[in-house]
Design a protein around this ligand. Structure first.
Ligand code: SF4
Length: 106
């Protein structure tokens, strides 16, 4: 199963992203549901929804994920706690393409 992770663009450059990768590599925390499933982390990207043309750019990413058969998108806690109150809009970009959105990584 192909998986992607999105983090809040406002944390880029401040977050090492190791918490997300460690949880994924160990199939721990929000990735524990994949313990018995082969997975591939295909993408790790910034949300950037509240940046200039952010929604348009996010839709392009979502389409690329869909074209490459990503089935699950995990949102990092930084994105789940979106300070711009855009969480539902962010999720909709992906769920509109039938990509499941899971709120959490570690
Ligand atoms: S919309 Fe929310 S999660 Fe996305 S970059 Fe802005 S603050 Fe971060």
């Amino acid at each position: 199963m192909k998986i992607a992770i999105a983090m809040c663009g406002k944390t880029a450059g401040r977050c090492s992203t190791m918490g997300c990768f460690r949880a994924y590599n160990n199939k721990d925390k929000y990735f524990s549901v994949y313990k018995d499933i082969d997975t591939e982390l295909l993408a790790f990207f910034n949300c950037n929804m509240c940046f200039e043309n952010g929604e348009e750019k996010l839709k392009k990413i979502a389409n690329k994920l869909k074209d490459n058969k990503v089935e699950k998108l995990h949102l990092g806690v930084c994105a789940v706690k979106c300070k711009e109150d855009n969480l539902e809009e962010i999720k909709k970009v992906f769920t509109d393409l039938a990509i499941d959105v899971i709120e959490g990584t570690h």
